[in-house]
Design a protein around this ligand. Structure first.
Ligand code: GCW
Length: 713
């Protein structure tokens, strides 16, 4: 009786479920990132039947190879259906030393290095081959990407290798589980449970890294605690490293300069004191016993109150080289950060790093990289490239980008960072004639460095969707792709990401990519147009506060940067001002200041100008400023409208998240626009140009807004 009732009832339920899901893709929470492997549209899956055979990997006991095999099997089954369709050839994967079959093919693997790969169709079979297992893994992900993005696979012939050696995420994760400038929940590592319990999610994290070629993770905050170097924490880090390793991701640690005092019982951390050097050597030995493939140290020294060699009258070279000597016997590197600013900013904070580091060029050990932020201030929505790029040819300069959007809307605004990253990489330093781009400095080619690196401050956290929102995942993705190939196009990357994350339908891909590509300029326009910078609220760095003079130091106050008064606005960094422009090559300086800079994107970064200055558009500076604030807001309104029309292509959950956040972004773009115009108008005393609405509230109302601390947002 019961069974007789249950069967049709369950059948009915199943039918209902099918009907409901047929119209729209099933809800997704973003956990699967760009590795969703949902069935491809029938027409494409048909064409890709050439890949419907078994994935064959010879070589037992090689975890990275097995990960590649499992990934391909899982991915192709998801995309194309179960393997072994009649007539489908095999997918052979491996290295010449793992696989006699691959060895017998004598494939041209020379020049691919340890991480490159070759994908080639050979008769009915497809081969993914490399010199090392990790190359095979990257090749497997690449093959999957070709399928996921709907590219033809019948005659595949791809050779690829990364241009940059160290492709790292820097996690500003604290040992207490919080993340500095993290907007996607707490730390993934769960330090407290390590090493006994390693969250299975960590393997998923490493897998996502591997899928875009990221090969290293600095797992603790650059504002480091000395505790991370104690024996228990080394044990915890070793447990993490055991998981990351299978995916080709090396573990690195940030170190606190004063650790020898704090946990070593020494009286000093002077780098020239033999006892200090001996302590670091012993510490390095201890780490390598636990983590044989440990990557090395990241160091923030003498910056923002952190201790460093200057506390002992020494310099960055003394500090970096002492650590480098401790790591060298094990093959480790030191990544010494150039983000220094201290004491007296009266001159110009933007000049300090160059002033401190340029004279040290050529004095660092071969296993030291200098890690330089993209711009001379601090991850602003737009900055000119850092003047150290091109200025230290004898030192490998590692580019540091911020994937987490500290100054670009944090976890709520849709701002695709691909164009920002690419803008910096494509900037011409002029160091060795035209075409001396930051990309060529960073990948080591311009100055002949074998060691090269790019680091992204991670935006990952324990939120189900990893990055705080679906669209924030695109920044993690874009960072990996650009670290692999610094000349890659942000548009192509956005297209791939959109296809893999959502849909192959051009009616969806084109508007979404358009939205993404315009989003960064939109944020610049509604926050800090025309080269303005650092106008956000103190500490939280969220929301407008161009009026704020409460910071303890001059350079913690927005007016230090915008210098607006009744006469004009902007920071004079020309020869008549701080002469920060003098830190660039003549060619780059001419571009920043010259009439050829019709975008005027860096105008007020370098120049203090009268409100009536005529801009390239023919408008006065004041009118242009207001116009740009409105352009930014309008772009967000457009993004909302675009997204609203895309509901039919997206599952309800991901549609709703983006729609909600875009509504919030519009509110906040208006807040930025209104507050900034109200403030600058109080100084310029000029009327708004025709057609531009007055701020909704008086200035005092915006000044009264207070921000919740980061942990409460
Ligand atoms: O931008 C500033 C951030 C700090 C950060 C610092 C740095 C880790 O506001 O939170 O500290 O940069 O990069 O060292």
């Amino acid at each position: 009786m019961r069974a007789a009732f249950a069967a049709p009832f369950l059948l009915g339920l199943a039918l209902l479920g099918w009907l409901l899901s047929a119209g729209r893709a099933a809800a997704e929470d973003g956990y699967d990132l760009w590795l969703r492997y949902r069935p491809l549209p029938a027409a494409i899956a048909q064409a890709d039947a050439v890949l419907a055979g078994p994935v064959v990997a010879e070589g037992a006991g090689r975890p990275t190879l097995q990960a590649a095999q499992a990934e391909l099997t899982r991915g192709l089954a998801g995309l194309l259906g179960p393997p072994s369709r009649p007539g489908a050839g095999r997918i052979l994967i491996g290295t010449p030393d793992s696989s006699p079959t691959i060895a017998a093919l004598h494939l041209p693997l020379d020049g691919l290095g340890p991480e490159g790969f070759l994908i080639r169709r050979l008769g009915a079979d497809t081969v993914v081959a490399a010199n090392r297992d990790v190359g095979v893994l990257y090749g497997a992900f690449r093959l999957l990407r070709e399928v996921q993005t709907g590219r033809p696979v019948e005659s595949l012939d791809i050779r690829d290798r990364p241009a940059v050696k160290l492709r790292l995420l820097d996690h500003w994760d604290n040992l207490n589980g919080t993340i500095e400038r993290g907007y996607a929940g707490g730390s993934l590592w769960q330090w407290q449970k390590l090493p006994d319990h390693v969250d299975p999610r960590i393997a998923d994290y490493a897998r996502a890294d591997a899928s875009i070629g990221i090969n290293g993770a600095v797992v603790n905050n650059v504002n480091a605690s000395a505790d991370s170097l104690t024996a228990p924490y080394i044990g915890k880090a070793a447990a993490l490293a055991d998981v990351l390793r299978h995916w080709g991701v090396k573990l690195y640690l940030s170190v606190r300069w004063s650790a020898p005092i704090e946990i070593g019982g020494l009286a000093t951390a002077d780098p020239l004191d033999p006892a200090v050097a001996a302590w670091w050597r012993a510490k390095a030995d201890e780490i390598y016993r636990a983590i044989p493939d440990f990557g090395g140290f990241l160091v923030k020294a003498n910056s923002e109150g952190q201790p460093g060699p200057q506390d002992y009258g020494r310099n960055h070279v003394d500090g970096a080289n002492m650590l480098a000597d401790a790591l060298a016997p094990h093959g480790g590197v030191v990544m010494w950060r150039a983000f220094v600013y201290s004491s007296d900013p009266a001159d110009d904070r933007a000049k300090q790093a160059y002033r401190e580091f340029k004279p040290l060029d050529g004095r660092f050990r071969p296993n030291v990289l200098l890690q330089v932020k993209n711009g001379p201030i601090d991850f602003q929505p737009r900055e000119p490239f850092h003047p150290l790029f091109g200025a230290m040819p004898k030192t490998p300069l590692m580019l540091e980008l911020q994937v987490t959007k500290e100054y670009l809307g944090q976890g709520t605004h849709l701002v695709y960072l691909g164009p920002l990253f690419a803008e910096v990489l494509g900037a011409d330093t002029g160091a060795k004639g035209p075409g001396s781009t930051v990309a060529r400095v960073v990948d080591g080619e311009l100055d002949g460095h074998a060691l090269s690196g790019m680091a992204g401050v991670a935006n990952t956290g324990a939120d189900r969707d990893w990055s705080g929102s679906i669209f924030d995942q695109a920044d993690w993705y874009a960072f990996g792709r650009l670290a692999w190939d610094p000349t890659a196009s942000p548009r192509a990357i956005a297209e791939d990401w959109t296809r893999m994350t959502f849909s192959l339908d051009p009616a969806f891909v084109a508007p979404v990519v358009g939205m993404m590509l315009g989003s960064r300029q939109a944020a610049v326009d509604y926050m800090t147009p025309l080269g303005l910078h650092h106008l956000m609220a103190r500490d939280t760095h969220y929301g407008p506060a161009p009026w704020d003079v409460s910071g303890k130091r001059l350079d913690w106050r927005p007016p230090y940067y915008h210098r607006a008064d009744a006469g004009g606005i902007g920071f004079d960094r020309t020869a008549s001002g701080s002469d920060a422009i003098g830190q660039y090559s003549a060619a780059a300086a001419a571009r920043f200041l010259g009439p050829s800079d019709i975008s005027e994107d860096d105008l007020l970064w370098f120049r203090h100008l009268l409100w009536d200055y005529r801009t390239a558009s023919g408008r006065t500076l004041w009118d242009e400023l207001v116009t740009r604030y409105d352009r930014g807001l309008d772009a967000v309104i457009d993004m909302r409208r675009t997204w609203a029309g895309l509901a039919p292509y997206v599952d309800a959950e991901r549609y709703r998240q983006t729609a909600d956040l875009l509504r919030l972004q519009e509110t906040e773009a208006r807040w930025w626009r209104d507050a900034s115009i109200a403030y600058f108008q109080s100084l310029s005393h000029r009327p708004l140009p025709a057609g531009h609405a007055a701020p909704r509230l008086p200035l005092a109302a915006y000044e009264a807004v207070s921000f919740p601390p980061e942990s409460e947002r």
